[in-house]
Design a binder for this molecule. Structure first.
Ligand code: NAD
Length: 400
């Protein structure tokens, strides 16, 4: 997984040596061990990582990843992506992330609640001071955020809470809503098609993937394939997303869902207008990108395309809408939730979706404009805009 290539960026914008030094180094990297007594005679231990990449624009914002394979390096990369993502959509946050190296699928609810309590215990200062504002990421969800809120007693200490527990209507769907909207704009602008005439394949059927597919389908698009870690499901006439979401909700996976089965690699190679990797990082590599037949990739996941994958896609003329733009709907909703917590205002779901679409629409246009003006990819254009914001903020604060 590669985040920003500062050498490439400095061909387009002026990055002083001091600014570069700051951007190349994270402000903070912490490793802790969460130890939890889960019964009279059994303890559980998990390594926990907390990274702040850059907080020139505001408190460190970023989700909590629960995954057995999460590492300090991965958490660092994700924190850096948050710096660029929050800057690109101009919400007043910096970039952070935390990761807990544990498999949530193997834990009982009791163990999980205890683990999150321990997380809050270790992170007490970060959460209470507002220096770090977490949200759900891979493997975590609204319930975990509700527990964090319950332990900190501060509504603004965490976003992605359930609506009845101080959360925001629409936050659950927000990232998928944004990915679907950006995909809709991109098929229109890049492929010259309306969403109703376009075909999509979505990898990942968790929070981001399932809502992305659902919204696209609601808007009349043909979503022909979706997948999770167990299997892909295909129907050339378009899948029934409502049925699949109900099935996944009941069974926890897509393995036995009705429809033609396919692997995750086959899904990415489908002859559709647009593929949306919305599961994990590094799935479009120098090798797998060779098989891509879609003309458009919209990155729902963080870092699904490697640098080698990016080069192959560019050679083939496949346009890529980068993660920091495509999946920024989640952090936009988090910002609205955080602001609401501070002001006590009430915000409805449609208003949240409207704000996401307005902000992503304006950002999409800005990125497309910079890409055309600088003759770069959309990824580089998005990074140029984001880096410009962060550099200016570092200057405003007298850091450089
Ligand atoms: P999730 O845990 O809800 O769902 C992950 C999905 O990916 C599941 O369907 C799982 O089965 C599938 N999956 C796991 N490993 C896979 C593999 N090797 N191949 C194919 N599928 C696999 O996670 P999520 O919240 O939907 O996050 C997905 C991605 O989106 C991550 O990269 C995350 O960082 C990013 N993201 C999430 C949010 C958010 O608000 N949740 C916001 C921005 C970005």
């Amino acid at each position: 997984m590669e985040s920003v290539n500062l050498d490439l960026l400095s061909k387009h914008i002026d990055i002083s040596d001091n600014a570069r030094l700051l951007l190349e180094h994270c402000e903070k990297k912490t490793i802790c061990t969460l130890t939890v007594r889960v019964s009279e005679d059994r303890m559980l231990a998990a390594e926990m990582y907390l990274v702040y990449h850059n907080t020139a624009r505001g408190p460190a914002k970023g989700g909590i990843r629960l995954s057995p394979s999460v590492t300090l390096d991965e958490t660092t990369d994700l924190a850096e992506r948050m710096t660029w993502k929050t800057a690109l959509v101009k919400v007043p946050f910096g970039g952070g992330k935390s990761g807990i190296a544990i498999d949530p699928g193997t834990m009982t609810l009791f163990e999980r609640i205890n683990l999150i309590h321990e997380y809050v215990h270790i992170m007490k200062w970060e959460l209470a001071s507002g220096a770090y504002v977490p949200a759900p990421d891979l493997g975590s969800g609204p319930k975990d955020m509700a527990i964090i809120y319950g332990e900190t007693h501060q509504l603004e200490s965490v976003t992605g809470k359930p609506p009845r527990v101080g959360g925001l209507p629409g936050r659950l769907e927000a990232t998928g809503r944004g990915v679907a909207h950006v995909a809709r704009l991109a098929v229109n602008k890049v492929l010259g098609k309306s969403v109703e005439d376009a075909t999509f394949a979505v990898q990942g059927f968790g929070n981001v993937g399932s809502w992305t597919a659902r919204f696209l389908s609601d808007w009349g698009a043909k979503v022909v394939a979706v997948s999770d870690v167990t299997s892909g499901v295909y129907n050339g006439q378009g899948l029934d997303l409502e049925k699949l979401r109900t099935f996944a909700g009941r069974h926890g996976e897509l393995r036995d869902a009705l429809g033609e089965k396919m692997t995750n690699e086959e899904l990415l190679a489908l002859d559709v207008d647009c593929i949306i990797p919305a599961a994990v990082e590094n799935v479009l590599t120098g090798e797998t990108a060779q098989s891509v037949r879609a003309r458009l990739v919209v990155e729902g996941a963080n870092g699904p395309t490697t640098a080698a994958g990016d080069a192959v896609l560019a050679d083939k003329g496949v346009k890529v809408i980068p993660d920091i733009l495509a999946n920024a709907g989640g952090v936009i909703a988090s910002y609205i939730e955080w602001r609401k917590a501070k002001s006590g205002s009430i915000t409805g779901k449609e208003e949240v979706f409207e704000s996401i679409e307005d902000l992503l629409g304006a950002t999409f246009e800005e990125v497309v404009g910079v890409a055309a003006a600088k003759k770069t990819t959309h990824r580089t254009a998005a990074q140029i805009v984001a880096a410009g914001e962060v550099l200016q903020a570092m200057q405003d604060r007298g850091w450089v």
